[in-house]
Every structure is written in structure tokens, then in C-alpha cells.
Design a binder for this molecule. Structure first.
Ligand SMILES: [Ca+2]
Length: 627
């Protein structure tokens, strides 16, 4: 026997030539573009019609079984009563098994010219084709329409008419390829079993990516409806005058098959019931096409229409149905300290379309676009990996010995090692003890000993040991502050000053007087610097500065920016002359050690607080006098 073409399509041996059909890849784990299994969207859902036969009482209706080679068979007449299940023909009979014997059908009330068959879906679905099998003669005119916004607006897929130009004033696609109307499915014969077939994705879409914007606009539906506009009679009608014409005046449809699949943008091969979906009860076993995707490729949402929370480093894209590229979402780098991130277009463009993720709500005392550093008040514990929850530990600065930030009342430790900024004369990572040579730990730090050597840290009584190592520790806390904070002036007592070494070393104020004396010193560099911080390195001292102007250099290359000065006298002589207070700007003239590349500051150096007039004067001397 000959299989009807629609049955072949259902069995899958008839290729629609759509990308979606070939997307059905079961058991692939979805490494590439994938799509859930196709099925009949009408199964398990309500089909709605305007009328149903036998609404008030039992009606008699007749159809011609066949009309072959101009031969009319005897008509078959049935009773219809909507209240009696064995005589009823409800819309659901169009969406039961197509193989059910005897065949079931929906039938309209008598004498209705206009009817609508509608399928409402609870979500967006892909729609690929519609197959209708009529029990009555097919309508002389009908329209297939779809909605993508749950029935608010409708757009036509196709117009059907025996005569497109007279009915709809349209071209017929039999004559004009691609026309919106067709006469292919509107003949009255066969009087029973006539088909209407529509493919949503035919040429030119067949060669397109089914996940492209254009193809999705054509395939995506939330509702589908068919408007039956005009009945037409079987040519056999009238050959049996004993049967009244109204017995034949109805629409009847065996099958309404809406082929499609769950809408997942190429990112899922399996779907589950959408929220609120309630399956229509069915007597036979049916395979419902569900609407909520189980997303792969790090995507999320009912249709995998966005990236999963922690995977927004690049813009979301659908998979590519032509190249099979999965176009997976990329994970943000949040160092294990965030559960989600968002995409930032500016960052994306700045990075050259490489990375655009910004972590949300950094946890575990971290901060930054990638939760890549410890929050103020916390420091990095280098003994454990940064991705651990306890990698950032709270600063434990001594409340008495630690310096507070200007204009604030809290202490921040060095984010890299936890060292706290100490008040003058105070030392220790937590700032909890006096430096050697200081005593009287208290609210204002520690006071210098009034001795040539050291003194008792509690009482200030001088000790006899004169061979004490000059020792000092200055935490590198300024490095955690940003530029604007660095530029704020430190209060005087927070700076490091040789004035507090009055017992050891007396710093004479240097005056810029005779150019011959200044030139005669043969300084190898003259700079304007801002002092950041000072450190005792045991064998020598280092002062971190920012070079703001280079007035003179000789052999070493000196650039503006961060650099280290080496005050020789601080360790050699045990005093901090010349004075270099953090937070202040100086004119420094000194000597280069070309062997080590160091900028040396010693007792011969000229150091004075920077003033524009001073700078001008020195420049003039260097130009005119020091030749
Ligand atoms: Ca049926």
C-alpha cells in the first residue's frame, strides 16, 4: 500500500531539509550544537475550536468516504452528541494517536462557515511543520497564523485558497515561487482524507543556521491557529437527494499534527515540563514535547537564552547550527570568591573583545572586578592559595601603637603582608612595642631616649650598652593607598623624622648660598622627590620615593616615577640625617653609585624641603655656575 506523504514525514524517513531536523543528536552529551527531540506539540495540550457538533442534541452528519476517478461511493452517516463520549467528536480527537483504529476526529457544528483551530503553548517552541488530515472536504479558503507573544499579536504563515487572487488578492506559489498563498491544498477532492501540509522552514531557510535571528523569527511560536474561512462541498453531493445538504455542511479533521521541539538556542538536548504546565489527560500513551530546557554549554534560562550566573565573561550567543560550534558561555575569573558575575560592555571593548566579566558580591573579604585582592582592613596570607576562603585575614593592628589614616578613624594594614603603620617610635608587625632607642609606649607612640645610647622601654632609664644596633622598621603601608590618598599630607608626628634622634645626631639645616660651594660638591644627580616610606633592611636603609622632576643626572638613567634612595648615613652613623619625612617633597642632590646603580644620600648631600623658588634657583645654578 502507499504511505501517505505526511505519515512518511512523521516516521522521519522524509527529510524536511531543515537544520533542526538534523540537529537531533541523541546521546552526544551536547558537546556541540544540539537540539531536543522533535515531536507533536499538540500532544498533551488543549486544542481549541469555536464549535463542536452535537452541543445541544444528537445531530446526524454524513461524508463521502472516497471520491476516486469521478466515482462517488455511498455516503457514510454518523450521529454526533457531545454529551455521549462514544458519539462525541471533541477537538482533542485531532491530537490523539494518528494510528488509532477506528480513526477519531473533531467535527464542527452544522452550517458554520468560519471556524478556528488553535493551539496555545505555555512557552516558546520551535515549529517546523503542520500536517492536517481532513475528514470533510478541505476548506475553500483558510489562513495559518502564529503568535510569538502568547496571542497578543498574530502574523500569517500561509494563506490557502482554490483561487489566491480572487479570495486574498495574492499570488499563488504554484506560479510565483515563495508567494504567501497557495492553491495546493484547497481542492475539494479527495472528499475524505485530504491533507494540508505547511513547512515553516523551507527554502531559502533550509540552508540557514536554524539558530540565527532570521530563522528563529520564522520558527519561534507561542501559539498557532488555523482559520477555516469557507466550506466547500464534495462533488458527490446531491447524488443522494434523500440526504439533506446540511448533513454535509461541517468541517471535520482527523489529525492536527504540529511538529516542533523545545526552544533551546542549540544549547540543550533535553527538556522538562515548564513551570505551570498541566498535561491534558490522555487515554493513550503519548510523548509530550516539554518546554523547559536542561541547558548545557554553561547557559541558563528556560530557553538557555542567557549565560549561567558565573559564566558571563563573554556575551551570550546561540549555538551555530551550520558549523556546530556550541558557542559556550565562558567562566568569569573570580578566584573562587564569587557565585556570579555580570558582563560589562566597556570592559569587553577595552580588552579587545577578550574578557568582559565583572564578579558580583565578592566574598571572603575580597574585592576587585575579579575578587583579586583583599578588602581594606584585610591582608593576604601568603601561606595559603588565594582561592581559599581564608586567604584574606583581618589586620590585627594594635589599637594604641598603630597610626590611623588621616581624616579617618581606622587602621589599614599592608594588604600584602599584614604589617601595620605605626605611630612614631613604635615598631613590630602589629605596632605593639617601642623601637630600640625609644620608650613610653602610649597614645602618642614612643618617645626618644634622652641618652647617647638606648634606654629602658618602660621607664626611659638610660642603659649602658653603647654597641646597640641601630634598628628601625617601617611598614610599607603606603602601598595600599591610592594616589589621591598618598598626596594627602601626613600629620607631623606620623612622619619619620630625625628630629626624634636628637640625642644621637643633630641635623643641621642646609642653606643654598654660594653657588661655588653647591657646584663644588659635584653632585651627580639633583631631583625633586616625594617621600613614600622608609625601611630598615638591616645592612642598609631604603627610602621609597616618587621622582617628580630630574634637574640633573650624569651616568645613571633616572626617570620620573617610583625609585629608591639609599641614605648611607642612616645606617653608617645611626642617625636619620638628612631628614626625609614621608608625605613631603624635597629637593635632593646626591651621588650615584654607578657600580650598584643606587642613588646615595649621605651627609654631603643637599636636602631641603621643596619650594618652587628653590627649584628655580638650583636650575639656574646648574645652568650658569656649575660648568
Ligand atoms: Ca484523530
Amino acid at each position: 500500500m502507499d504511505w501517505p506523504s505526511w505519515l512518511l514525514m512523521l516516521l522521519g524517513s522524509f527529510s524536511l531539509g531543515t537544520g533542526l531536523n538534523s540537529m537531533v543528536r541523541i546521546g552526544t552529551q551536547c558537546e556541540k550544537a544540539c537540539n531536543p527531540r522533535m515531536g507533536n506539540l499538540a500532544l498533551g495540550r488543549n486544542l481549541l475550536t469555536d464549535t463542536t457538533c452535537g452541543h445541544n442534541n444528537t445531530e446526524l452528519s454524513c461524508t463521502y468516504r472516497e471520491y476516486i476517478e469521478q466515482t462517488c461511493t455511498e455516503p457514510k452517516c454518523d450521529k454526533c452528541n457531545a454529551a455521549l463520549s462514544r458519539l462525541s467528536h471533541p477537538p482533542s480527537a485531532m491530537a490523539d494517536s494518528t494510528f488509532k483504529i477506528p480513526r477519531t476526529w473533531w467535527q464542527s457544528a452544522r452550517d458554520t462557515q468560519r471556524e478556528t483551530i488553535r493551539l496555545d503553548l505555555e512557552e516558546e517552541f520551535y515549529f517546523t511543520h503542520l500536517i492536517m488530515v481532513f475528514k470533510s472536504p478541505r476548506p475553500a479558503a483558510m489562513i495559518l497564523e502564529r503568535s510569538q507573544d502568547f496571542g497578543i499579536t498574530w502574523r500569517p504563515y500561509k494563506y490557502f485558497s482554490v483561487n489566491c487572487s480572487t479570495t486574498f488578492a495574492m499570488e499563488d506559489d504554484i506560479h510565483v515561487k515563495g508567494a504567501l498563498c497557495t492553491s495546493r491544498y484547497s481542492q475539494a477532492v479527495p472528499c475524505n482524507g485530504g491533507e494540508v501540509i505547511y513547512r515553516a522552514m523551507s527554502s531559502p531557510y533550509s540552508s540557514e543556521d536554524p539558530y540565527s535571528i532570521e530563522a528563529q523569527d520564522q520558527l519561534k511560536i507561542t501559539n498557532l491557529r488555523v482559520q477555516l474561512l469557507k466550506q466547500q462541498a464534495c462533488p458527490c453531493e446531491g447524488k443522494h437527494p434523500e440526504l439533506k445538504p446540511q448533513y454535509f455542511a461541517h468541517y471535520a479533521v482527523y489529525d492536527f499534527i504540529v511538529k516542533g521541539s523545545c526552544f533551546c538556542n542549540g544549547h540543550a538536548d533535553h527538556c522538562v515540563p515548564a513551570d505551570g504546565f498541566r498535561q491534558v489527560r490522555s487515554t493513550s500513551k503519548i510523548q509530550v514535547v516539554h518546554g523547559r530546557c536542561i541547558c548545557k554549554h554553561n547557559t541558563a534560562g528556560p530557553h538557555c537564552e542567557h549565560c549561567a550566573p558565573l559564566y558571563n565573561d563573554q556575551p551570550w550567543r546561540p549555538a551555530n547550527g551550520k558549523t556546530w560550534a556550541p558557542n559556550s558561555c565562558k567562566k568569569c575569573k573570580c578566584n573562587g570568591h564569587a557565585e556570579s558575575c555580570h558582563f560589562d560592555l566597556d570592559i569587553w571593548l577595552t580588552s579587545g573583545n577578550h574578557t568582559g566579566g565583572v564578579c558580583d558580591n565578592c566574598q571572603h573579604n575580597t574585592e576587585g572586578p575579579q575578587c583579586q585582592r583583599c578588602k581594606p582592613g584585610f591582608f593576604r596570607d601568603l601561606k595559603i592559595p588565594f582561592s581559599k576562603v581564608d586567604a584574606c585575614k583581618a589586620c590585627s593592628c594594635h589599637p594604641v601603637g598603630s597610626a590611623v589614616l588621616p581624616f579617618s578613624n581606622f587602621t589599614l594594614c599592608d594588604a600584602t603582608n599584614g604589617d601595620c603603620p605605626c605611630k612614631p617610635g613604635v615598631t613590630g608587625p602589629r605596632c605593639d612595642q617601642c623601637m630600640v632607642g625609644y620608650w613610653g609606649f602610649g597614645e602618642y607612640g614612643c618617645r626618644p631616649c634622652d641618652c647617647a645610647g638606648s634606654c629602658d622601654p618602660l621607664t626611659g632609664d638610660c642603659t649602658t650598652n653603647m654597641d646597640i644596633d641601630w634598628y628601625r622598621e617601617f611598614p610599607d603601608y603606603l602601598s595600599v593607598f591610592n594616589e589621591s590618598r598618598q598626596s594627602k599630607n601626613w600629620e607631623d608626628e606620623q612622619g619619620f623624622s630625625a628630629l626624634r634622634h636628637s640625642g644621637k645626631c643633630e641635623c643641621k639645616e642646609q642653606l643654598l648660598g654660594n653657588p661655588d660651594i653647591f657646584c663644588g660638591m659635584k653632585y651627580s644627580y639633583v631631583l625633586k622627590v616625594r617621600i613614600f616610606s622608609a625601611h630598615d633592611k638591616g645592612s642598609h636603609a631604603e627610602v621609597n620615593v616618587k621622582i617628580k622632576k630630574v634637574l640633573k643626572m650624569t651616568k645613571l638613567k633616572i626617570l620620573r616615577g617610583k625609585r629608591i634612595l639609599y641614605p648611607e648615613s642612616w645606617t653608617n652613623r645611626g642617625c636619620t640625617c638628612p631628614i626625609l619625612n614621608p608625605g613631603q617633597e624635597y629637593l635632593v642632590a646626591g651621588y650615584e653609585d654607578t657600580r650598584t646603580g643606587r642613588l646615595i644620600v649621605n651627609m654631603k648631600s643637599f636636602v631641603q624641603l621643596w619650594k618652587p623658588a628653590l627649584g628655580k634657583k638650583v636650575v639656574e645654578m646648574l645652568k650658569q655656575d656649575c660648568k
